[in-house]
Design a protein. Structure first.
Lengths: 258, 227
């Protein structure tokens, strides 16, 4: 692992009127690291994720990303075209609902190919070849390449969304409840897939979820949020097995044992 | 290799009347390369707590826990992860894996994580699984459906796949038959021969006598009743 942070989040704050979305959140994420953010509904975890990914404008703070060309750069103050380019190349965002991250009227192959075309790919055969390769990696049969995602199951749509996001070889992936709403057997398959991709591609990822089992399996580090504030953070298994903050203790002890 | 100085541990249960349980205090412990040290003491004395602290799983309230020169108490999570990947192995009593992943991959994973090729990692994993008498027709299946003893042997195979310079063993011979017990003791001995520093918990007294050089009674560090 490099000693240079890939993403440095500094004092991110977002208000919704009088109400705090998230307050003064800071951390560094290093290449190859996977960080989980947990907390109950309304704790500010999705607000934070959307501020970092450029979907929401924070009221204060900086999100410094180590860009390939110019080195560390604040993505909040960079120009809109620059930030768009980043979100098509080095960044990826996996939405909780696959239909938010897919073009439902375009074929599966088109969904994957579109991102490639956005970064300049023009050769139809190459694009189709890469799309089929990625469908295979996320375990979707090559003969479904011309079908629209509307004909896919929820789990398949989610895997297609992941393929669409990862085809351009991003360095940082934001995920919002990637396994939410999927049944357990599909979740396990998706987790296994994500773990393999993270390891093989050396990805860094930030995963927002309320599922503690998911973070235990995927995340190296864990940040616990409550009412917009970070109440605890550290090594995932340490936070889950020896929680220090009253809220984390409550969260961990509230999980039903199977 | 493993060096603890003035380590203490308390649990504060905020949601149970903020009860404070003092478990260990003033722990000093040093384990050299090639040495195997057994933690002893009655149930509840804090053996597992201490072992989990050496793994960085439980937080220490004070002191230093150095493994291979890195103080796990003060470093960042990514440093602990690096120590666990390269330096410190842990055979716990329970197997925790992603469902659906084949046993052979589960055992090969620690080697893959340090950059060993897929083929080489799988060859080593096969060798360990056959040594531990896991039938070959099970290797392609997920260990989640295996019997308790089989899961434990998979866990042991996984723990011994990469030649860690330091190892923690939590009841490695529990629930094993005589044949497999002997295999595990053999693995521990050869790990010592190649210079691994080992800390273990063994309720199996004969096993302890056979592989351990020293015993440390955790009760001497105990400050009260422990979880």
């Amino acid at each position: 692992m490099s000693d240079h942070a890939l993403l440095s989040v500094q004092g991110i704050t977002k208000y919704y009127g009088q109400h705090i979305g998230c307050a003064d959140v800071s951390f560094d994420l290093y290449p190859g690291e996977v960080m989980g953010i947990v907390g109950e509904s309304g704790s500010g975890k999705s607000t934070l994720l959307n501020c970092m990914a450029g979907h929401l404008a924070p009221d204060g703070g900086a999100v410094v990303f180590d860009t390939r060309v110019d080195g560390p750069k604040d993505t909040i103050t960079m120009s809109e075209p620059e930030r768009r380019m980043l979100s098509r190349t080095d960044w990826a965002f996996v939405h909780q609902h696959a239909r938010d991250g897919l073009r439902m009227g375009v074929s599966a192959g088109g969904n994957v190919g579109e991102r490639l075309m956005a970064v300049g790919a023009r050769h139809y055969g190459d694009i189709r070849g890469q799309a089929i390769d990625w469908l295979d990696r996320v375990e979707i049969d090559a003969d479904r390449v011309d079908d629209r995602p509307t004909t896919f199951s929820g789990g398949m749509q989610q895997r297609l969304q992941i393929a669409r996001n990862l085809v351009t070889g991003p360095r940082l992936v934001f995920m919002d409840e990637p396994t939410g709403g999927l049944d357990v057997s599909v979740q396990a398959r998706l987790l296994d897939l994500l773990r393999g991709l993270v390891r093989d591609m050396g990805l860094s990822a930030i995963i927002v979820t309320h599922d503690l089992a998911v973070v235990r399996l995927l995340a190296d580090r864990l940040m616990v949020m409550k009412s917009g504030h970070v109440v605890e953070n550290g090594l995932t298994d340490q936070v889950l097995d020896d929680p220090q903050h009253p809220y984390t203790q409550l969260l961990v002890s509230s999980v039903l044992q199977v | 290799m493993i060096e603890l100085q003035n380590v203490s541990k308390t649990f504060t249960l905020h949601n149970q009347g903020a009860a404070v349980i003092e478990v260990l205090s003033d722990v000093n412990l040093s384990v050299e390369a090639g040495e195997c040290v057994a933690l002893t003491g009655a149930s509840g004395a804090g053996k597992s707590t201490l072992m989990r602290m050496i793994y960085g799983n439980y937080m220490a309230q004070s002191g230093t826990i150095c493994v291979g020169g890195t103080d796990l108490v003060s470093v960042e999570p990514r440093d602990i992860i690096r120590v666990r990947r390269e330096v410190l192995g842990y055979v716990s009593q329970f197997l925790r894996v992603v469902p659906r992943v084949p046993t052979l991959d589960v055992v090969a994973e620690p080697l893959r994580a340090v950059g060993v090729s897929d083929a080489e990692a799988k060859a080593r994993a096969s060798e360990l699984l056959s040594q531990l008498n896991i039938p070959e027709n099970l290797w392609s299946l997920s260990p989640t459906t295996f019997s308790g003893g089989e899961q434990q042997r998979v866990n042991i195979a996984r723990g011994f796949a990469h030649p860690y310079p330091a190892m923690l063993l939590d009841e490695p011979t529990a629930s094993l038959d005589a044949t497999n017990r002997a295999v595990v003791l053999g693995l521990i001995k050869s790990a010592k021969e190649r210079g691994a520093a080992i800390v273990g918990i063994f309720h199996d007294e004969a096993a302890r006598a056979e592989v351990c050089d020293r015993e440390i009674d955790v009760t001497t560090f105990a400050t009260g009743q422990a979880a």
